[in-house]
Ligand binder design. Structure first.
Ligand SMILES: C=C(O[C@H]1C=CC=C(C(=O)O)[C@@H]1O)C(=O)O
Length: 372
């Protein structure tokens, strides 16, 4: 894993069940600043091996570097489920980085109050997912081998993706798959509606039950399920349960509905991703209004945060997740990202607290190698 620190360019993807664990090194070819899906498709078609990367959440907002959207065809790709050697050496660094909080959005509730008022006063507006960014100053690069090792220890059941390009790195430990495609089969899911974990098993179960019965959270979840189902209505055998399950991460539990189906063989996972993004689990309803609110009222553009990130094999199969519960770092600064779904009956202070909770996995990850 030490190689992840030494290589200028590296990518890592692990699925939640850890049946897929891929690492890529080097840069055979890369794509940034594509202007339309055709440019991306042409670049993808020209690659002979797997590609990794992610989209800019809103391609109309130009951003420099990887946050503006980035795909890479690495020189070498290793399937870690076949190759165990690569994992053996994790050099825990003694160099502690100094991390100083620079800016956090203390005014988030005040700033978002007019958005809540619109949701309450205009019945055509149903939901918008609002993000928050916390900025910290950093005095050097993070040890990514340690980060990868700790991700596995601390968030064992999440999807993990790391995209490193020269001095930039984006890391996400996300519970949310946007879509996985293998042959003609695809699996997607709705993840929306959240509550904290309990301190005891009994409290945890009671909280899960509260979440499952809560009208606001069930509505928030149903919007996502229905929207995904509508966008995939021309697929075959579209299957999902009428009521959600509970999905637990160490910090938080969610309403969760797996959705499966079969598609025409000519489609790739990237085609499906572009059809699904942004689902109302990251955007909102109606979509155009929500996208405009996110662009205008969030403090800064999202970049890879909440956007599809993942990989595609040359045969068109692959997997993409959404880059939430994430961070972006270069050698001088680090940004933490998380968001929450806002509905007319949301309590903004409670949503802000939920966002803080969603930032704790990345905070814990960087704590191991930094001092305040
Ligand atoms: C936008 C985020 O979460 C979304 C995904 C799952 C549950 C969510 C919620 O309950 O609010 C959000 O829609 C995030 O974690 O940054």
């Amino acid at each position: 894993m030490n190689e992840f620190n030494q290589q200028a360019d590296a990518v890592y993807f692990a699925s939640a069940d850890k049946k897929t664990r891929l690492v890529g090194f080097g840069r055979q070819s890369e794509l940034m600043d594509w202007e339309n899906p055709d440019m991306l498709n042409q670049w993808v078609a020209a690659q002979s091996g797997p590609i990794f990367g992610g989209f800019n959440f809103n391609s109309k907002q130009t951003l420099v570097g990887i946050m503006g959207g980035y795909f890479v065809a690495p020189k070498t790709v290793i399937d870690l489920t076949q190759n165990t050697e690569w994992q053996s050496e994790v050099e825990r660094t003694n160099v502690l980085r100094r991390l100083v909080q620079m800016r956090q959005e203390d005014d988030w509730v005040t700033r978002m109050t007019p958005v809540l008022a619109t949701l309450q006063n205009d019945p055509t507006k149903e939901k918008v997912v609002l993000g928050m960014q916390t900025h910290l100053a950093l005095d050097g690069p993070l040890a990514l081998d340690v980060i990868l090792d700790d991700l596995e220890q601390q968030q064992p059941h999440s999807y993990h993706m790391v995209i490193k390009r020269e001095q930039e790195v984006f890391v996400s430990a996300t519970p949310e798959r946007i879509v996985r495609m293998q042959g003609a089969q695809f699996e997607t899911a709705a993840v929306a509606g959240s509550i904290r974990r309990g301190a005891t098993e009994a409290e945890d179960a009671a909280l899960a039950d509260d979440l499952w019965r809560d009208k606001k959270n069930r509505h928030e979840h149903d919007i996502v399920v229905q929207t995904i189902a509508e966008r995939l209505q021309d697929m075959h055998d579209l299957t999902y349960a009428a009521v959600p399950e509970i999905l637990k991460t160490p910090q938080i539990q969610h309403l969760y509905t797996p959705i499966t189906g079969r598609l025409d063989a000519t489609m790739t996972v990237l085609d499906l991703v572009q059809r699904l993004h942004p689902t109302p689990a990251l955007g909102g309803m109606p979509q155009a209004w929500a996208q405009a609110v996110i662009a205008e009222d969030e403090a800064e553009p999202r970049g890879l945060f909440a956007a599809p990130i993942g990989y595609q094999y040359p045969d068109g199969s692959g997997e993409f997740v959404v880059g939430i519960r994430s961070m972006y770092a270069n050698t001088k600064a680090l940004t933490l990202f998380a968001g929450a779904g806002i509905l007319p009956d949301s309590d903004l202070a409670q949503e802000a607290a939920e966002i803080q909770l969603k930032m704790t996995p990345m905070r814990t990850l960087i704590k191991g190698q930094t001092h305040e």
